[in-house]
Unconditional design. Structure first.
Length: 423
């Protein structure tokens, strides 16, 4: 703390305005709340701008955090998947019209947002996702430094595209004063040859004291008198990119040898195709749909192991949460998941599809003591590297370094919309 105070001065407080693109408490907003909680240890006053009231604003009220509502819109859309030429032309025209409407909506509320920011006497504007452009626009208008926290690939994980193309979006993002990527994979996806002021900071998902509490809960678990099903869990928004189909097909294969295996699917979204597949494979007896739950740790504690089947995970908050709960994780060997799990030491990695996944699941069922060792090694790693204390300290360092460079070398790199379009 003293080290930071020497850099800032004894009385300097940083007022940070965070922009969030949605209201549900999924990964990005939960990570934002973790960051706000962690920054309580530093001279930072947080404010938040959200698109509407919802779960995130209720959480901010509980924390006595000032916030404002503006109907901001994203600069992304689902790409055209039609094979018909005329349909493609129509969809492209609709996309261009939609893009113009979205930028018009953001420009319409830009001045009121800047007035609110000035009223808060903000020092830094901070966008919590790559899918929202208005924080950068407001920073340019208010002549304030801007930080962009990049939490998703956009195209590889969610199948979305930027309104004005990936190249222009990345150029605009890279003109911000600082960029924080949640993994090396995200950094590689967004950085450009002349990019600078990038920081790779993994999300913190709990305080170290909370890690210790979860470890104690794990140690206190008693062995049930009767054999219970070995339960795997898949948590998160249900969509094609998250690998739910692979998990269902893997449990189907596993059932041939391990009748007492079970799969929990926790989350909402595009669940009908998955439920249809479960019915088709006659797996209703061993696959449960829990829907979205407020506390995901209830699902972790009800499981023996956790699956991460997304092939393009930016970081994998679920992976780290499972480690915190002392559960072994089986993850797809790519992107952020590969950065977190060391195969055979802190979890298991698989590459392929349902056959390869079911083989890894079988290993954990057959070798429970090894699974316990993987879980405890994963817990130790997560406590050291993915705690809120480390997360907040690293982000705070970015805040003070960004302010320190304000008006000097950062003057030339501050976000400039006109330069982004013409250079």
């Amino acid at each position: 703390m003293k080290r930071h105070e020497e850099k800032l001065g004894d009385s300097q407080v940083i007022r940070v305005v965070f922009f969030t693109h949605y209201t549900l408490l999924y990964g990005a907003n939960r990570s934002l709340l973790n960051l706000i909680d962690g920054l309580k240890d530093y001279p930072v006053i947080p404010y938040v701008i959200a698109p509407k009231e919802g779960d995130i604003t209720r959480a901010l009220q509980e924390r006595n955090i000032s916030y404002a509502i503006f109907p901001m819109v994203r600069w992304i859309e689902k790409p055209d998947s039609s094979s018909n030429f005329l349909t493609q032309v129509k969809n492209q025209l609709d996309h261009q019209i939609g893009s113009l409407k979205r930028i018009k909506q953001n420009l319409k509320i830009l001045e009121p947002i800047v007035e609110k920011i000035r009223g808060w006497k903000a020092d830094i504007l901070y966008t919590n996702s790559s899918v929202l452009p208005i924080g950068a626009l407001a920073a340019y208008k208010a002549k304030l430094p801007h930080i962009w926290h990049l939490r998703e690939f956009v195209d590889l994980d969610y199948g979305l595209k930027f309104d004005w193309g990936n190249a222009l979006a990345k150029k605009i993002i890279n003109r911000s004063n600082a960029k924080i990527a949640i993994s090396k994979a995200i950094y590689s996806h967004f950085s450009q040859p002349k990019s600078r002021d990038y920081h790779i900071i993994y999300n913190g998902i709990a305080r170290q004291s909370e890690f210790d509490y979860l470890r104690q809960q794990f140690e206190n678990q008693t062995t049930p008198q009767k054999p219970k099903p070995f339960t795997f869990c898949l948590i998160g928004k249900i969509n094609r990119s998250k690998g739910h189909e692979t998990a269902v097909r893997a449990i189907s294969l596993l059932q041939k040898k391990f009748k007492h295996s079970k799969l929990l699917i926790v989350g909402d979204g595009e669940d009908q195709p998955i439920k249809q597949l479960v019915n088709q494979l006659c797996l209703n007896h061993c696959v449960e749909f829990w829907g979205r739950i407020e506390d995901p740790f209830k699902a972790y504690l009800a499981s023996d192991a956790v699956l991460m089947c997304s092939k393009n995970e930016g970081m994998g908050r679920v992976t780290v949460e499972a480690m915190a709960a002392c559960k072994p994780v089986i993850g797809y060997d790519n992107a952020g998941t590969s950065e977190i799990i060391t195969h055979g030491k802190t979890g298991l990695l698989y590459y392929g599809d349902a056959i390869e996944l079911s083989a890894a699941m079988e290993q954990l069922i057959e070798q429970p003591q090894w699974g316990r060792e993987l879980a405890l090694a994963g817990w130790k790693l997560a406590r050291e590297q993915f705690c809120i204390e480390v997360y907040a300290e690293k982000v705070y360092e970015v805040l003070i370094s960004t302010l320190a460079l304000k008006g000097s070398t950062h003057q030339s790199t501050q976000f400039d919309l006109s330069k982004a379009f013409i250079s």
